[in-house]
Ligand binder design. Structure first.
Ligand code: CP3
Length: 372
């Protein structure tokens, strides 16, 4: 357990949490590093449904550890899904073949919202805590264990639409036609996610990450008004309650979060220690925005996951270019560190050997770590 009630998270802690006792190591892990591109995952997955796998601590721990057996990674991310907590709120979750996730009934009215439960997270989602504790007991020393959740907006879109969406029509109808209901849903998700993330740290998570994959779909003005304040409150509350470093990922929106400038903190409360940047934003640009906003944070990212399709030399060159930009930003004092990662999750067609080349290049070209 690491609940120290401190309101200040040291940046060295980010390094420690990612297995960086020694300053010369450049931290690297990959979003969706466990999953369908690994034959050992597919072998296990062929025996059970995805949701069943998430609910089984033994199997979830096994899948969490699979990529660390293959690759020299610095962190494990617990195997689960951002939609799992929706089941505790009372929705039924299935992953139909080729359809992606489906949540029923969708939440599109005040009545449907009233039927949601405010769950006792430890009772309903204790299997995630058990998976974390089991993983932690098996994790080699020096490797960090990352817990995660989806951000209220991103999880909310699935709950409102009843699944994946391109245009987010039902979500935007709620934002524009019933903003009070939308705000109530965001607050419920904030409260449940706070309990859920604190539970994960109690169970052994060394660091936390919040995924806001669809945040970039809102206009910057709507995002700043309706979504960021509740998200920032969630992040700051969890950070203060647990004392572990917190990473925020805003898909297609990492620059807008920085364009909020000083408001990227909330009432002087720090919301995140690391900002995970997608590949559409230059790392050097994100670093300049960090400095302008007066933030004291590290950046994570931002290899295009599709770059891993390329031949070995191209993969290695893409990695070097990110390392060079990150090191320059660290040397210039713009950011406090860098964690190598993809700009969004690894894809099912990713060749596992390409992940190996990328990590090898981080170890070679990044041999002295992000800061000299
Ligand atoms: O990163 C990891 O290795 C940890 C596990 C993890 C999964 N999902 C496993 C998963 C994490 C961190 C997530 C997060 C997640 N889930 C996000 C946010 C990050 C992102 O990628 O944008 C989102 C939006 C989801 C929702 C979700 N889960 C969708 C839309 C889908 C279906 C599409 C797809 O990629 O399959 C999932 C399913 C899912 N989550 C799988 C895995 C390994 C595939 C399930 C299978 O085995 O069939």
């Amino acid at each position: 357990m690491n609940l120290n009630k401190s309101s200040v998270v040291d940046l060295p802690l980010v390094r420690q949490a990612l297995g960086l006792g020694s300053p010369g190591r450049w931290p690297v892990w990959f979003m969706r590093q466990a999953g369908r591109y690994l034959p050992e995952y597919m072998a296990l997955r062929s025996k059970m449904e995805f949701v069943e796998l998430c609910r089984s601590p033994k199997d979830a721990a096994e899948v969490t550890l699979q990529p660390l057996r293959r690759f020299d990674l610095d962190a494990a991310i617990i195997f689960s899904d951002i939609l799992i907590p929706c089941t505790a709120l009372g929705q039924n979750l299935t992953f139909g073949k080729g359809h992606g996730p489906q949540l029923s009934p969708p939440v599109q009215s005040r009545d449907a919202f009233r039927r949601l439960r405010r769950p006792d997270v430890a009772a309903e989602l204790g299997y995630v805590a058990d998976a974390l504790a089991l993983t932690k007991s098996k994790l080699p020393p020096g490797k960090a264990l990352i817990g995660f959740a989806g951000a209220p907006f991103t999880v909310g879109t699935y709950m409102i639409e009843g699944g994946s969406s391109k245009e987010f029509t039902a979500t935007k109808s709620m934002v524009f036609r019933d903003p009070v209901l939308f705000a109530d849903l965001m607050k419920l998700l904030r409260d449940v996610t706070i309990d859920y993330l604190i539970m994960q740290v109690k169970a052994g998570a060394d660091a936390l990450m919040l995924f806001d994959t669809w945040a970039g779909n809102l206009t910057p003005i709507d995002y700043a008004r309706d979504v960021w304040p509740v998200t920032a409150d969630l992040l700051a509350t969890v950070r203060e309650a647990t004392g572990v470093p917190v990473t925020y990922f805003s898909g297609q929106g990492s620059d807008r979060i920085l364009e909020l400038g000083g408001n990227a903190q909330i009432n002087s409360r720090k919301a995140f220690d690391v900002l995970s940047v997608d590949w559409r934003v230059r790392l050097s640009y994100a670093a300049r925005l960090v400095k302008e906003a007066g933030l004291d944070v590290a950046l994570q990212g931002n290899l295009d996951p599709q770059a891993l399709i390329g031949p070995e030399e191209q993969v290695r060159a893409s990695v070097r270019s990110i390392l060079d930009e990150a090191r320059e930003a660290c040397d210039a004092g713009l950011i406090h560190g860098h964690i190598f990662n993809v700009g969004h999750g690894l894809l099912p067609h990713t060749p596992p050997e390409a992940v190996g080349w990328a990590i090898d290049e981080v170890r070679k070209h990044g041999a002295n770590g992000p800061t000299r």
